[in-house]
Design a protein. Structure first.
Length: 219
């Protein structure tokens, strides 16, 4: 399927990194792992699945349907990128969860963790919310080595540092700009059912490698 946004934006999806089927299989696995974790922890209580908009909306929709738990759903809006593909380092909170998180078990759902800046800011806010527990599930983790280095330094997988690795990660992602399955470039491409690298905008006579490559059939 060729995205119809391609003409409107010279930069379009190039190589597919995770197909629709790969995403579906991994989300099912995450659902089973998360359900097992919370069933032991919660008994009859529900978990608040807190999605970070907008990027997590597709992943969250699939993930909650793979959970065998009592679940409530809330959203938070955090913006760190503006229109650029390079992180600004500034995280703005544009919308807070409607329901109180006090005393609740919260599962924060993120599309992609890159430098960890957004996650660090959200951890601070959630600590202030009085949540009883906060766990993170990120579909993609980019700076894998930085997170592993931090964990080695702290001698543990879960530290209080800014680079605390999410408890659940769908995929260790390549350090490229990715779009699709909720991830955007200037609000485009969120609807794609697969995840692809972004082809940089090119002039007609300077074509990026892979720019002729169309996503495989059925994606
Ligand atoms: P961090 O604060 O960890 O550096 O960046 C996290 C946020 O940056 C993500 O929630 C996402 O909105 C954005 N981001 C990071 N890498 C990518 C990427 O490859 N593609 C897209 N579309 N957004 C990204
Ligand atoms: Mg995001």
């Amino acid at each position: 399927m060729e995205p119809d946004t391609r003409e409107a934006n010279p930069g379009g999806p190039a190589g597919v990194v995770y197909t629709r089927d790969e995403l579906a299989r991994r989300v099912e696995e995450l659902g089973r792992e998360i359900s097992a974790f919370y069933r032991r922890k919660l008994g009859d209580e529900s978990v608040v699945v807190l999605g970070v908009l907008k990027g997590s909306f597709v992943f969250l929709a699939d993930l909650v349907r793979a959970l065998d738990l009592r679940v409530q759903i809330e959203f938070i809006v955090a913006s760190s990128y503006g229109d650029s593909t390079v992180t600004s380092g500034v995280v703005e909170l544009l919308y807070e969860p409607a329901a109180s998180l006090e005393g609740r078990h919260v599962l924060l759902v993120e599309d992609i963790v890159d430098t960890g800046t957004t996650l660090e800011r959200l951890h601070v806010l959630l600590a202030e919310s009085g949540a009883r527990s906060v766990e993170v599930c990120a579909l993609l983790l980019k700076e894998v080595e930085a997170f592993e280095e931090e964990a080695r330094r702290e001698g543990s997988e879960a530290t209080d540092g800014p680079l605390r690795r999410p408890r659940w990660v769908g995929f260790d992602a390549p350090d490229e700009f990715l779009v699709g399955y909720g991830l955007d470039y200037s609000e485009n491409f969120r609807h794609l059912p697969y995840i692809a690298t972004l082809k940089e905008p090119v002039s007609p006579d300077v074509r990026a490698p892979g720019s002729e490559q169309a996503p495989p059939e059925g994606q």
